[in-house]
Ligand binder design. Structure first.
Ligand code: IPE
Ligand code: IPE
Ligand code: MG
Length: 246
């Protein structure tokens, strides 16, 4: 018998793209789009809690986003600092365990302290693990994991690398959503998305609401995840033993 499909994916990852276009379409400064994007994220966290999703990982600022105009970069840094003070109490009240994933060295000391404090104060929450990828890049993650192993003199294997990656505290994403209509990964979760189901939405991130999330989940449930096997194997109709030496 095939195992029944879970109602919702356990781990949902999202490339929250389209804030700038949302603002530009309304003749507003791009930073207004980012503020609206933060509201959309708050709504998304609530929706994940209501749907029993176990892990939410979002791409908030990429290693490459430093290349944007300096006023947009500093606006995004300010928004990060603001969101820490504004959102952490309600995340705590809702049982959300917060993690910041990415290279913190380039962030100000004040922001770094704020991130550490937010993580500490939510560390014992169990309802939802919420990873915010900030100054994150998939290539950075693979390189930092390899460096960590090299400095300890450990062998580099798939398992040891996996354990040294920045998302080692959660299983790989089941569903990876990108909003904003672009069909690319943009250096997100290069290692962890090896077998994630991909869903691309044309909605701009500030417009991505509960219905759009439900649609992504509904599409996910129609997918057959084979992990290299055949349809007959995953549906339980093929009982031929696998004699391949491990
Ligand atoms: C995503 O929205 C947020 C960040 C990259 C920080 P964008 O700012 O990339 O929005 P578009 O793609 O320009 O519309
Ligand atoms: C990806 O969006 C990064 C985040 C959503 C944080 P970008 O807007 O930076 O991606 P590209 O530049 O279009 O590939
Ligand atoms: Mg973009």
């Amino acid at each position: 018998m095939a195992t029944p499909r879970p109602i919702v994916p356990h781990h949902v990852a999202i490339v929250m793209d389209g804030n700038g276009r949302w603002a530009t379409k309304r003749f507003l400064p791009r930073i207004v789009g980012h503020k609206q994007g933060l509201d959309s994220l708050t709504r998304c966290v609530k929706a994940c809690l209501e749907r029993g999703i176990g892990v939410l990982t979002v791409f908030a600022f990429s290693s490459e986003n430093w290349n944007r105009p300096s006023d947009e970069v500093s606006g995004l840094m300010d928004l990060l600092a603001l969101s820490l003070s504004k959102e952490v109490p309600s995340l705590n009240a809702n049982g959300v365990q917060l993690h910041f994933v990415g290279d913190r060295q380039r962030l100000s000391e004040k922001v770094q302290a704020g991130l550490a404090q937010a993580e500490l104060s939510t560390a014992s929450n169990q309802r939802l693990i919420f990873n915010v990828c900030f100054n994150y890049g998939g290539r950075w993650d693979i390189a930092q994991a390899a460096q960590k192993l090299a400095s300890r003199g450990e062998a580099i294997t798939e398992l040891s690398l996996d354990r040294a990656m920045a998302l080692a505290h959660v299983p790989d994403p089941d569903l990876l959503i990108r909003t904003g209509g672009e069909l690319r990964i943009s250096n997100f979760l290069l290692w962890q998305a090896a077998y994630s189901e991909l869903h691309f939405s044309d909605k701009l991130w500030p417009e991505f609401d509960e219905a759009a999330l439900d649609e992504a989940i509904a599409v996910f449930r129609t997918r057959e995840r084979r992990f290299g096997q055949t349809t007959a194997q995953v549906s339980g109709h093929d009982n031929t033993p696998n004699t391949k030496a491990a």
